[in-house]
Design a protein around this ligand. Sequence first.
Ligand code: C2E
Ligand code: CA
Ligand code: CA
Ligand code: CA
Length: 281
Amino acid sequence: AKAAGRDQLATFDRNLREQRRATAATVERLRGAVARDELLVHYQPLVRLADEHLVGVEALIRWQPAGQQMIPPDQFIPSAEDSGLIVPIGAWVLRRSCEVVSEWHRRHGAVVSVNVSPRQLREPDFATQVLDALKASALPPAALILEITEGVLVNSGVVTEQAIRHLTTLREQGVRVAVDDFGTGYSSLAYLRDLPIDHIKIDKSFMPAPGTPDPAARTMVKAIIDLASGLELGTIAEGVETREQVELLRELGCERAQGYYFARPLPEAEAAELLARAGRS
Ligand code: C2E
Ligand code: CA
Ligand code: CA
Ligand code: CA
């Protein structure tokens, strides 16, 4: 039994070493990707549930190495975070998406949601970077939503002051803050009342399974929406894939939604086309 345990430990150790090596290799490739301009941003439409009008987009990063398949963010964002590369990459996504959506804002009133990693909010000049991106693109602050996860604000029960200061500064200028993947983290609910946030994004894992009544999921979604509206926070549902889910969310008073039912994340030109078409109807 002892030998088997040692064997397991050795295997575990080897896996860990391989994993680290894979990460180091990814970091090197990613550094090259930034230099070669292989990163791009796709835009997923965001819909207002009351009238199903397109009101904005979420910016989602993509990595397209020359002559290869697109690499999804889940496969490189963790390495970018560990290595700190997320700081320049995140700043680039912010500048790029403010610039692109600035025109969509002028033409169609569109807003943009941008994901911000915890590592970015630890930079002393994060708020300045955001305000500079807004100024350079002429996008009004109120047309920008920053998406953060629960862990950004509260880490092991401790409120992270630097992040709070940045978000407070930005909200004073009109920028909005959304808590992404709400309900999947480990923080307490108490923070919702006191922290500088405007919207809650209901994680896609809470969507009722298609084709079933799924009363448990329904109860959870209702509880999250009621909690948010009681605290005067906006609600955005993600991962909406069916008509049933749309009807349920509207019935429960959710304000906005995004998901494959409406549209997948789209390349810039296709998102622009969709916005133009929606604007004419
Ligand atoms: P997220 O912020 O929760 O983004 C939503 C993810 O759900 C996106 O995956 C989107 O393509 C996917 N999705 C949208 N609609 C549906 C649907 O109806 N059903 C299902 N099953 N999925 C749907 P994506 O683009 O692969 O991004 C994955 C994650 O990578 C994001 O999750 C976010 O955490 C991270 N990410 C993406 N772009 C950035 C970025 O610029 N900066 C940072 N820090 N993280 C990013
Ligand atoms: Ca997000
Ligand atoms: Ca999310
Ligand atoms: Ca997520």
